[in-house]
Design a protein. Structure first.
Length: 167
């Protein structure tokens, strides 16, 4: 089977080795792809374990497990760079389905080495000049029926993830 991270490489040669041994992620992009694949494959422990310790992910395990339940469709890596040996960034677009609608999570993620291992610490949504509030169908429903996932863009328009903003 091809890897869920859309690398066109077999899973057994791409993200699976990193899922089995996170020390094999030598670059932030490798960890980001493995985290995306872990979402697709519902590997909650891997996602929790690859957060930076300052994120206190074990305490957020239930919410992380809920965010993994999305129907992930595909991944596009827009850019990847290392600022130095201990910090790097990956900009990506992860597409998911909600009902009959496809949505895109566009993020620039920051990765930091902790104890010699790459970890995810935070990210932000790059501003899109084409996106207006009317483009987000969540803004046209009542607050009582609003369902926002932890990793969805915040509905306030800040460009941050909901969990880092109004969540």
């Amino acid at each position: 089977m091809l890897c869920p991270c859309c690398s066109n490489i077999p899973y057994s040669q791409c993200c699976q080795p990193i899922h089995n041994d996170v020390t094999l992620a030598k670059q932030p992009e490798q960890l980001m792809r493995a985290r995306y694949s872990a979402h697709v494959l519902k590997l909650v422990d891997f996602v929790v374990d690859t957060y930076h310790s300052s994120c206190q992910a074990p305490a957020q395990r239930a919410a992380i497990a809920e965010s993994i339940e999305s129907q992930w469709c595909r991944l596009e890596v827009v850019a990847a760079s290392s600022v130095n040996n201990d910090q790097g960034y990956v900009e990506f677009k992860a597409y998911f389905m909600e009902g009959e609608n496809e949505f895109c999570l566009h993020e620039r993620s920051r990765f930091i080495k902790e104890n010699g291992l790459w970890t995810y610490i935070d990210g932000f949504m790059p501003q899109s000049p084409q996106l207006t509030q009317s483009d987000d169908p969540r803004l046209n429903q009542s607050i009582q029926s609003l369902k926002v996932g932890r990793n969805d863009p915040c509905i306030c328009g800040s460009g941050k993830k909901f969990k880092k903003c109004c969540g």
